[in-house]
Design a protein around this ligand. Structure first.
Ligand SMILES: NC(=O)c1ccc[n+]([C@@H]2O[C@H](COP(=O)([O-])OP(=O)(O)OC[C@H]3O[C@@H](n4cnc5c(N)ncnc54)[C@H](OP(=O)(O)O)[C@@H]3O)[C@@H](O)[C@H]2O)c1
Length: 322
């Protein structure tokens, strides 16, 4: 079966170009499906080449199995054709735990290196379980210096081709840039028509940091998601007039903003639908309608906020950028 080839963008490191449409592997509750490997193989057959995992998601092992099988079956010719991201969970965000955490992830994935390794959140919790919500009594200050130095070590060791962050505000990126030897290649954040992140996108463009959009459909039905995107009347009307689905309108809109986009579906028909966004575009009127949608962040991260923790409010977690 012919598959769709997704376009790429170059990162600011020596890393390989990042495919602009990626496949999300965060199902909620984490690790709740028993057919993840088959879903991932299906995705590879359809043309997805960029996979987003995390120690938290419990998807590293099925992803590794799917990648090995895809290579064996000849669905991809070599590891080089795949772009694999995984993330450091908050309980490993301690200087001495970062390299071992990546080695464990690589073992789970059955890979020698990942294309991108991300600090999942600017949050540290006591070493222990990979869980969300985290235990509020376990929250500790995030040590930029030691964590980022260890992330740089991951790249120097060749265990990660590129390194980056996720859920960082402009202010936190400034701080990171001021202490980094290797700047972050990527900031992976929530981006969808109801949380467009204009300011952060402009800041990252200026600093050469690529943005990857997560929850482009609002992640309906998850702990971190909202129904508001899929239920937006404006988006429903645009989709109807255009003869596209609302999901395709969201994905195309994000693509037209110059970011890479991660979307999760474990349903074959929706996987196909989500890939079909590259041979049409939104009109200036449609883009204008979307640009005027009232903005409201879906995932505030209240899980990481505590009166006794380093972030006392969501305002502090996001440095007022919400
Ligand atoms: N760095 C971070 O902190 C962070 C946070 C959140 C997400 N992420 C990453 O980003 C990926 C994508 O974001 P997300 O999973 O949060 O949310 P999302 O992709 O916006 O939404 C996923 C939900 O939408 C449904 N869906 C997918 N395609 C659809 C379509 N065409 N029509 C209708 N419903 C559709 C899926 O259900 P079905 O599976 O049943 O189709 C699933 O319930 C994640 O999987 C993860 O890899 C990262």
């Amino acid at each position: 079966m012919a598959h769709i080839t997704t376009p790429n963008a170059q990162l600011n490191t020596n890393g390989k170009a990042i495919p602009l449409l990626g496949f999300g592997t965060a199902e909620y509750p984490f690790g709740s499906s028993d057919n993840v490997k088959e879903c991932l193989l299906d995705a590879i057959r359809l043309g997805y080449r960029h996979f987003d995992s995390a120690a938290l998601y419990r998807s590293e092992q099925p992803l590794g199995e799917a990648l090995a099988e895809a290579l064996e079956l000849g669905l991809v010719n070599s590891r080089e054709e795949l772009f694999i991201t995984t993330k450091l969970w908050c309980s490993d965000a301690h200087g001495d735990r970062v390299v071992p955490a990546l080695r464990t992830s690589l073992k789970n994935l059955g890979l020698e290196f990942v294309d991108l390794y991300l600090v999942h959140w600017p949050v540290c919790v006591k070493a222990g379980e990979y869980e969300l919500p985290v235990k509020k009594e376990d929250l500790l200050p995030f040590d930029y210096e030691s964590v980022w130095k260890a992330m740089e070590e991951c790249q120097k060791l060749g265990l990660a081709k590129s390194i980056g962050v996720s859920n960082f505000s402009c202010k936190k990126l400034e701080k990171l840039l001021s202490i980094s030897e290797i700047p972050p290649a990527v900031n992976q954040v929530e981006v969808n028509p109801l949380w467009q992140q204009q300011k952060l996108r402009e800041f990252c463009k200026e600093k050469g940091i690529h943005i990857t959009a997560y929850s482009p459909l609002g992640a309906k039905g998850t702990l971190w998601g909202t129904d508001r995107v899929m239920e937006s009347k404006v988006l429903q009307e645009i989709a109807k007039a255009k003869g596209k689905t609302l999901a395709q309108v969201c994905l195309r809109w994000a693509h037209e903003q110059g970011v890479s986009v991660l979307v999760k579906s474990f349903n074959s028909e929706r996987m196909k639908e989500n890939l079909d966004i590259f041979d049409w575009s939104l009109s200036p009127d449609e883009l204008n309608g979307i640009s005027q949608l009232p903005q409201k962040k879906g995932f505030l991260g209240v899980e990481f906020v505590s009166p006794d923790g380093p972030y006392k409010s969501t305002e502090e977690l996001w440095d007022g950028e919400i």
